[in-house]
Write a protein that binds this ligand. Structure first.
Ligand code: AMP
Length: 299
């Protein structure tokens, strides 16, 4: 397997201006691994409870995702409930029920430990740190987080960031974490903490990549079909790392291309609730949209 994704496997309740859906498939690891699976062989690590519908696992299997790191734990699956107003860039959490996440203490098997590309999706930073400590010479590691963990486990998150290559956060999260409204400055400070590069996700406005040596700005996609932004960040990350793993090329040019691939995957994910657009997505559509990105950002 080329990509390892660790994160939450969830049942979400989501309300947007386009409707409300209860108990739908979600979770940071699910969105990221489905997206990654379009490019690379992907393994998922995360906990599910006894109430997790088998049909969701069947869907992951249809994408050839390796489920050997999926842990069945007695109790209820992680649940998140949130809503979006007209500004769908901003998620509002109504309720987070950690449930089986509280019991989750992953031990990677010999194969998973050797996975070269690792994405630590939004999850308790203590678990992210445990995973990092089990990896045997990864080629590239990336981490995501959210306000929930920044508020409750800031110090552990610092430890995680010291050990990873790429940090992905959205605008609000990086401002909160680095305690400045200025995004380039916040990115600079994050790199000083130890990360090699920072990707700031700006929702429908695109994404920014910062390293010590260069800066890249991915354009926004003029998306007119926009029903549910949940999982956009994770779909971005899955596409980004899945494409890097597929190509094995960590040059600046290819990292820029991977950021665009991430943006393409996020732009599909928001077209429908849960993973519904990803279920119907075809590889030729990804290629066509990638070419569109190229055309409309050329000058
Ligand atoms: P995003 O890509 O940021 O929109 O991520 C959305 C997914 O994150 C949802 O499907 C949720 O199940 C999951 N999620 C929400 N809160 C948390 C949390 N505190 N920790 C981990 N995952 C979460």
């Amino acid at each position: 397997m080329q990509v390892l994704v660790v994160g939450t496997i969830a049942l979400d309740t989501v309300e947007t201006p386009f409707g409300k859906k209860e108990g739908i498939l979600g979770g940071s690891a699910v969105h990221a691994s489905i997206s990654s699976s379009f490019f690379s062989n992907t393994s998922i690590v995360g906990p599910v409870g006894e109430d997790f519908p088998a049909e969701h696992l069947d869907f992951l299997k249809t994408r050839n995702i390796n489920l050997s790191g999926l842990e069945n734990i007695k109790g209820k699956t992680f649940r998140w409930s949130g809503y979006y107003e007209f500004d769908m860039n901003q998620a509002h959490t109504r309720d987070t029920q950690l449930n089986v996440l509280l019991e989750f203490n992953p031990v990677l098997d010999a194969n998973l430990k050797k996975t070269p590309f690792v994405f630590l999706a939004n999850l308790d930073p203590e678990i992210q740190l445990k995973i990092l400590n089990q990896l045997e010479c990864p080629k590239l590691t990336a981490v995501d987080t959210m306000d929930f963990w920044i508020k409750s486990k800031r110090d552990v998150l610092h430890e995680v960031i010291k050990k990873v290559d790429f940090v992905l956060m959205n605008e609000g999260e990086i401002r909160m974490f680095m305690e400045t409204p200025n995004i380039p400055l916040a990115a600079r400070r994050l790199i000083k903490l130890g990360a090699k590069a920072v990707i700031v996700k700006q929702g429908e406005h695109g994404a920014l990549l910062f390293t010590d040596d260069y800066h890249f700005s991915a354009p926004s996609y003029p998306q007119e079909i926009f029903r549910d932004p949940t999982g956009a960040g994770d779909s971005f990350a899955g596409g980004f790392i899945g494409y890097l793993a597929k190509t094995g090329d960590l040059s600046e040019g290819n990292i820029r291309r991977s950021v665009i691939i991430g943006s393409v995957m996020a732009s599909f994910n928001i077209e429908d609730f849960s993973l519904d657009r990803m279920r119907r997505l075809k590889v030729h559509e990804i290629i066509e949209r990638f070419d569109e990105f190229k055309k409309f950002s050329d000058f």
